[in-house]
Design a protein around this ligand. Structure first.
Ligand SMILES: *Cc1c(COP(=O)(O)O)cnc(C)c1O
Length: 365
């Protein structure tokens, strides 16, 4: 098989090739069962093993204690924007930190269910280019939770320190950064993530929620979205996205295999992610043609937006990239320019190939 191109998509995003190959090999007959995973009853013994193993591996990777439920849900992070306040706000007050396009969407949706206050609105002050200092945050003591987005996929802004000094339960959208580095799950009341960035295929949403947060869903909350109902039924109140859970499980196994030189899988991948991001930002900062507008202290390690100083070069840049096997580099439509998403599945060699192309393009333009 010839080498596959490097895929810089923001999501649905690249999946490790080893995982795709294993899924292909098991497509028609999963481990002698005579069935594809897609064809199995979600309540049968085979799928029971698949989901239990996936949960155990995820718990090990992220150090998730028994105090937390791991829920396999559907609807993506945008559905969680409603599901979180439906479950956790008690129809009262909730505080939101807006550091980019996704947290802005989160707070707008939450307003349907509770009294929302913005602790920070980085658009009004800094146009989503930095995270205002925690000392400026003034959350309400009586708020039910404090919501933030760990990594703004579109704007390229990431928290490198946790906003954990506030006494409120912390809720995080980690759609585009989960499993990219070790995280302190214990500092959070609830973490959610759509799978299609750094976990697996679209259709699966992961929720990690502390037990004590459950049991306060608003009466209008759909049963399939009530965390206590989902937890009580081991994510099988309704049919879960079985195939996506299976692929996520293979990705978790792949992550565990990345362990090296005394580092756990997550620590090893985090180190690789730091190297990849450093290489790309250095190339951008040293260039007279390319620019990134985010404060270096909160630049994302997963999503690197950059602009060409001459916009007329956008199309030729993208065309040359495709010719070199560098796919899906076009920036989000709301910000323009370019965006390289370099999730766990992107090898260092992919970033090296991109940097080599950027240098070559700058020399010839
Ligand atoms: C992609 C993304 C979303 C939207 O996810 P859906 O699965 O499309 O609902 C929300 N938040 C963040 C941080 C994302 O990266």
């Amino acid at each position: 098989m010839s080498a596959r191109p490097y895929n810089f998509s923001a999501g649905p995003a690249a999946i490790p090739e080893e995982v795709l190959q294993q899924a292909a090999a098991e497509m028609l007959d999963w481990q002698g069962s005579g069935m594809s995973v897609m064809e199995m009853s979600h309540r049968g013994p085979q799928f029971g093993r698949i989901i239990a193993q996936a949960e155990a591996d995820l718990r090990e990777l992220l150090g998730i204690s028994a105090e937390y439920h791991v829920l396999f849900m559907q609807g993506g992070a945008l559905a969680e924007n409603a599901i979180v306040p439906l479950n956790l706000s008690r129809g009262a007050k909730a505080d939101y930190v807006v550091t980019g396009s996704w947290s802005q969407k989160s707070q707008l949706e939450a307003r349907k269910y509770c009294d929302v206050q913005l602790v920070i609105n980085a658009h009004e002050t800094v146009n989503y280019s930095t995270i205002p200092a925690f000392s400026q945050w003034k959350p309400r003591a009586e708020a039910q939770y404090l919501h933030y987005c760990a990594n703004e996929t579109i704007d390229g802004v990431e928290f490198h320190d946790l906003p954990s000094q506030f006494s409120l339960p912390l809720v995080a959208d980690m759609s585009s950064s989960i499993l990219s580095r070790p995280i302190d799950v214990g500092a959070h009341a609830c973490i959610y993530a759509g799978a299609q960035k750094n976990i697996g295929p679209a259709g699966l949403t992961l929720v990690i929620v502390h037990r004590e947060m459950l049991g306060h869903a608003l009466p209008v909350c759909p049963s399939a979205f009530d965390y206590s109902v989902v937890a009580k039924n081991n994510s099988m109140y309704n049919t879960p996205p079985t195939y996506a859970i299976y692929i996520a499980g293979l990705v978790f196994r792949w992550l565990k295999r990345q362990a090296e030189e005394g580092l756990t899988g997550i620590a090893a991948i985090a180190e690789r992610n730091r190297k990849k991001a450093d290489l790309l930002y250095r190339c951008i900062d040293e260039s007279a043609l390319f620019a990134n507008r985010v404060n270096p202290a909160c630049r994302s390690r997963m999503n690197v937006p950059f602009f060409l100083r001459d916009e007329r070069l956008n199309e030729p840049f993208l065309q040359g990239a495709v010719e070199r096997g560098l796919l899906q580099l076009k920036g989000h439509k709301s910000v323009g320019g370019m965006r390289a998403s370099i999730y766990n599945a992107m090898p260092l060699s992919g970033v090296q190939a991109l940097v080599a192309y950027m240098r070559e393009f700058e020399r010839s333009h």
